[in-house]
Ligand binder design. Structure first.
Ligand code: NAI
Length: 471
């Protein structure tokens, strides 16, 4: 084992949370070592998550939009799909971004180690690399080891039974694809494979797709998808068998069990934290029953020198939450008095239409007994939505009755994932319905639909009838 080197900060895990923490730490003058077991930085997000899925989704959207153009009097021939070129495009996007990260690591003079790190105590890690083992000492460490997909109990090992990484490889286009889990990954992959010609079946355990979002804000998407896919909610898969010619699956739905055959099965039922096998016991850190590491608002764990960020500290498992927590942890390590105090973390399903939400959903507000005023504007009445073939959608906003300030919003529609950020800024700045209603939005834009939803609450709406005043 080679001699111990000591750094101000060691970051374990090179995903969006980890590399952000390393970069921020280096920019604040710390000597930083970034340990990542994969050959490329970027973690799940860049390599087998957000970025490849968005690249494939862009291709899928082009196919869908070409089909929908018939409504505008433009007809294209059936597209020819070159799977190899699609895969190459996805790889080239990943390479560009991960190469960019390599350059930023070098420019910041961060020591990067490709290897597996395990804590020995609160001041050192043992790192196993291709060249052998070494010990790395630290003043502070940040755990950013992320998460991995949940497997179903008894799920067979077979090349036709996929997790999200397998689905993103785009090995082949199955004729019949079953997706277990109607959450973000399930729906995004459904969209890709449906555009490429697969027949899609979705089995969701709960009573709606994308369960964390309000049902009425998923409904425009659901109405569209149920015409194209077979969707079973309140349903579960009780058995999966890999046979020679097909994968046989028993689905329990409406109190009946049925056996169906598929050419591939994607299991997208959530993710679990990578908190085992990193030596947490040596740090005296215990995890929650679901394996999450507990942290305070400065991202400190119960071990004095060690911080944790991102998926490994719990939901929501989103890259943008991890990056913000990474900055906070690095700043605290550099002696700043930072804290993770975001009031809202936006969530987006990059479906067509997109579903985006932030702050409280209506169901959360009800559960917590928060009284609110609600404004909702249907995109069917928006000039820009109609002229863009995007009439399927709605913008919804909630204001606290007590303070008048915005507490939540959701947008289902074209570019909803971009539009939601106006609501996030409004919430962080404490805006009320009048503030947003009097903020001039360009016409005709999709952004107007959010302002119209606010005008519904403000009472100043003219693009629709104002809601009747309660007597
Ligand atoms: P998810 O939690 O979004 O959805 C999983 C779905 O599976 C839920 O609707 C759940 O009710 C259902 N489910 C659970 N067990 C089931 C079973 N046995 N049978 C049928 N349905 C079952 O998890 P997903 O889609 O796997 O994504 C994992 C994580 O990755 C999420 O935390 C998500 O935030 C993140 N992610 C975010 C993306 C984005 O921001 N667009 C894209 C992809 C992933």
């Amino acid at each position: 084992m080679s001699e111990s080197k000591k750094f101000d900060l060691v970051v374990l895990g090179g995903g969006p949370g980890g590399y952000t923490a390393a970069f921020r730490g280096a920019d604040l003058g710390l000597s930083v070592c970034l340990i990542e077991k994969g050959n490329r930085l970027g973690g799940v997000c860049l390599n087998v998550g957000c970025i490849p899925s968005k690249t494939l989704l862009h291709g899928a959207l082009v196919i869908e939009e070409a089909q929908e153009a018939a409504d505008f009097g433009i007809t294209f021939n059936k597209p020819e799909i070159d799977l190899e070129a699609m895969r190459a495009k996805k790889e080239s996007v990943i390479k560009k971004l991960t190469d960019g990260l390599d350059g930023l690591v070098k420019a910041r003079k961060i020591t990067r180690i490709t290897g597996n790190g395990v804590f020995q105590d609160q001041e050192s890690l043992k790192v196993t690399t291709a060249e052998g083992d070494s010990v790395i000492g630290f003043k502070n460490a940040i755990i950013a080891t992320g998460s991995r997909p949940f497997a179903l109990p008894g799920q067979p090992e077979d090349s036709r039974i996929w997790d999200s990484s397998d689905a993103l490889r785009l090995d082949f286009i199955p004729g019949r694809l079953l997706i277990i889990g109607g959450g973000v990954i399930g729906l995004e992959m459904a969209q890709v494979y449906s555009a490429l010609g697969s027949e899609i079946t979705i089995v969701e355990m709960l009573d709606q797709l994308i369960p964390p979002a309000d049902k009425d804000m998923v409904q425009p998407l659901f109405q569209k998808l149920k015409k194209i896919y077979t969707i079973m909610t309140n349903a579960k898969v009780t058995k999966i068998t890999a046979e020679e010619n097909a994968v046989k699956v028993v689905i329990e739905h409406k109190e009946k069990e049925e056996t169906s055959e598929y050419d591939a099965v994607l299991i997208a039922v959530g993710r679990k934290p990578n908190s085992e096998e990193i030596g947490l016991d040596k740090l005296g850190i215990t995890t929650s029953s679901r394996g999450y590491i507990e942290v305070d608002e400065q991202q400190r764990t119960s071990a004095a020198t060690v911080f944790a960020i991102g998926d490994v500290v719990g939901d929501p498992m989103l890259a943008h939450k991890a990056t913000h927590q990474g900055k906070v942890a690095a700043e605290v390590c550099a002696g700043h008095n930072s804290a993770f105090s975001a009031l809202a973390i936006p969530a987006v399903a990059y479906t067509n239409p997109e579903v985006a939400w932030m702050g409280f959903t209506e169901k959360e507000a009800k559960e917590k007994g928060i009284e609110y005023d609600k404004g909702k504007f249907s995109w069917g009445a928006s000039g820009r939505a109609l002229s863009s073939g995007a009439a399927i959608g709605a913008s919804k906003v909630l204001f606290s009755k007590e303070t008048g300030r915005i507490i939540g919003a959701a947008i289902c529609g074209l570019n909803g994932g971009e539009l939601i950020h106006e609501a996030v800024v409004a919430l962080e700045l404490g805006a009320d319905a009048e503030d947003i209603s009097k903020t001039i939005h360009a016409h005709p834009t999709l952004s107007e639909t959010f302002a119209f939803a606010c005008e519904m609450v403000d009472g100043s709406i003219t693009d629709a009838l104002p809601p009747k005043k309660k007597k």
